[in-house]
Design a protein around this ligand. Structure first.
Ligand code: B12
Ligand code: SF4
Length: 496
């Protein structure tokens, strides 16, 4: 069968498509896991943001797909529905399948849509079996994790248990299936690699637990190294390890760094997400190893610097370091930031402001921490993603002010606090963050001089969109610029 897999063009405020265009890891993994004989093409629409409609039209014409799969996060739901409608109009006989976090955790949001299948949870085996069923090699009812229509109503087959990853059932990704080009991280070709899946923490804002339960499964190092080599052979000079929580087994992560060095794969730059407690607990061993292996940026889930907010986010344990007697008491954030920066690893600081108890002062305390300690701010607002404990909590407290999924990229405030409205929360973040981002420009220039010089105007323009010279020199109320910025963002999110 001809299969076309698409990821959506929408990106979050912190992931400007000028500087960062990453492949969607799910789609190449799906492409590597269908039976031989299918003709699979993967197209990441982040590579075609200015011409989404034309690109989809061309791909449908050229590939003549029997099956079209869309990978969807919640903030991409509106775009995905439009892409689905376009595909349906262009090729009515193609079967439409949607998968990823949004269809998995909010299947009801897709019930009235003109799509044929939802794949809930991990997709590799479910999609493989779906294609078999469509070829008449087994009943649709037997495909676990699949939702499909029978006689006009949706039938949700039983869930599929998560894969243990050590049985070979999930085969390596197929990067050769990608048909668009232009992946970049500040001018260098970037790819994504997984070494594990899952997490055993239960942060209230995170979708991972609703998606797959609390568990942790690992690929063996031979497979991981082969996967990195494959990414490098396909041109990658930067690899993002997209594990849900690679630092859950921190000794394994250290061993992985050693394995990367031993295999000569330390000529690639690495990006990773980490918890502060794990880094702080191993501050003398982990960051130096990470540096030797080639890690350049680490996203730290600091979440919040105030204890009360960490309680709301259920993120106390992963942000506390061991004190006397091994008890986790003091905050690990500062120790983790310092240990990484000591090794020259840039810290992307993940913080969440606008929590229920937040006042102007508590938001400002977090912004101030970011100002002083992180290299690149990744500040978000509490966002009611489907199925998370935080969403239930916020809804019961009546704090969700905006119910538009397309505004749930984490940087549009849709939840008010007990003291501040959404506009005020977002305004405070926006006003502070622009200047923090500018401060990282010299470091980015040193790392990628040609790229930054060539794109400096666009990069600055993106960071300061909505602002004019009058705003920057203080001759105009910044709130006017903020309103323009929000209007621009809304317009940018209309891809077709
Ligand atoms: C890596 C990652 C990123 C990377 C993305 C890199 C890339 N291009 O892939 C970066 C850092 C850029 C990123 C950013 C964001 N992310 Co993110 N990210 C993740 C993370 C850690 C892992 C995702 C991953 O690649 N997994 C590996 C692949 C193989 O698994 P998968 O994506 O789950 O796909 C499987 C299934 O979902 C399914 N599937 C997926 N698509 C499809 C399609 C079809 C047709 C089928 C059949 C199946 C299928 O099958 C796949 C294989 O099993 C997750 C989870 C987590 N613990 O936090 C969050 C997560 C996906 N991100 C999330 C969000 C919200 C964002 C942001 C909007 C804001 C933010 N919180 O940072 C931005 C916006 C991204 C953008 N486009 O601009 C949310 C999504 C919640 C939701 N309900 O939509 C998650 C779940 C985290 C959370 N907060 O809970 N993210
Ligand atoms: S530690 Fe990270 S992956 Fe694990 S539940 Fe918390 S936010 Fe999610």
């Amino acid at each position: 069968m001809n299969v076309l897999l698409l990821s959506m063009p929408d990106s979050s405020e912190h992931m400007s498509s000028i500087t960062i265009r990453m492949p969607n890891g799910a789609l190449s993994s799906l492409a590597g896991n269908v039976d031989p004989g299918h003709r699979v093409a993967v197209a990441d629409l982040i590579l075609a943001t200015a011409r989404v409609r034309e690109t989809v039209e061309r791909l449908v014409r050229e590939r003549e797909p029997d099956v079209v799969g869309l990978s969807v996060m919640t903030f991409q739901r509106r775009t995905a529905r439009r892409v689905a409608a376009l595909v349906r109009a262009l090729r009515p006989r193609a079967r439409l399948v949607v998968g990823g976090y949004d269809p998995s955790l909010a299947p009801e949001a897709w019930a009235a849509e003109d799509v044929d299948f939802l794949v809930r949870g991990e997709g590799e085996v479910t999609f493989r079996e779906l294609l078999r069923a469509l070829e008449g090699r087994g009943p649709l009812d037997g495909v676990r994790g699949l939702s499909h229509r029978t006689q006009g109503t949706w039938r949700h087959n039983p869930d599929r248990p998560v894969s243990s990853l050590d049985t070979g059932l999930v085969r390596p990704p197929n990067r050769s299936a990608r048909i668009l080009s232009g992946y970049t991280f500040l001018g260098r070709a970037v790819d994504v690699v997984e070494t594990s899946r899952g997490c055993t923490f239960d942060c209230s804002f995170c979708s991972i637990i609703a998606m797959r339960g609390r568990n942790f499964h690992k690929y063996d190092f031979d497979r991981v190294l082969a996967d990195i080599r494959d990414a490098r052979d396909h041109g990658a000079r930067v690899v993002f390890l997209v594990d849900d929580n690679i630092t859950l087994d921190v000794r394994r992560f250290e061993a992985l760094c050693e394995a990367i060095i031993g295999a000569g794969l330390d000529d690639v730059d690495y990006l990773v997400q980490a918890t502060t407690a794990a880094v702080a607990d191993r501050e003398d061993t982990l960051p130096p190893l990470m540096r030797r292996a080639g890690f350049r940026y680490a996203f730290l889930g600091i979440e919040n610097v105030l204890d009360e907010d960490l309680g709301f986010l259920k993120a106390r344990v992963k942000n506390a370091r061991r004190g006397e007697g091994g008890r986790r008491t003091q905050s690990a954030s500062l120790a983790a930031v310092r240990a990484l920066r000591r090794e020259g690893i840039h810290v992307v600081g993940g913080l969440i402001v606008g929590n229920p108890g937040d006042t102007r002062e508590s938001v400002e305390a977090n912004l101030d921490f970011a100002r002083r300690h992180v290299d690149w701010p990744y500040i978000q607002h509490p966002t009611p993603y489907p199925g998370t404990p935080m969403t239930r909590d916020l809804r019961s407290r009546g704090l969700i002010a905006v119910e538009r999924p397309e505004e749930s990229d984490g940087t549009m405030a849709v939840v008010r606090s007990e003291h501040l409205g959404t506009d005020e929360i977002e305004f405070m973040r926006w006003r502070a963050e622009r200047w923090m981002k500018v401060r990282h420009f010299p470091a980015a220039l040193r790392r990628s001089p040609w790229f930054v010089l060539r794109h400096a105007k666009a990069m600055l323009g993106h960071t300061f969109r909505g602002c004019t010279l009058r705003t920057l020199v203080g001759l105009e109320d910044e709130r006017l610029a903020f309103e323009r910025y929000r209007a621009i963002r809304r317009a940018e999110a209309e891809f077709l």
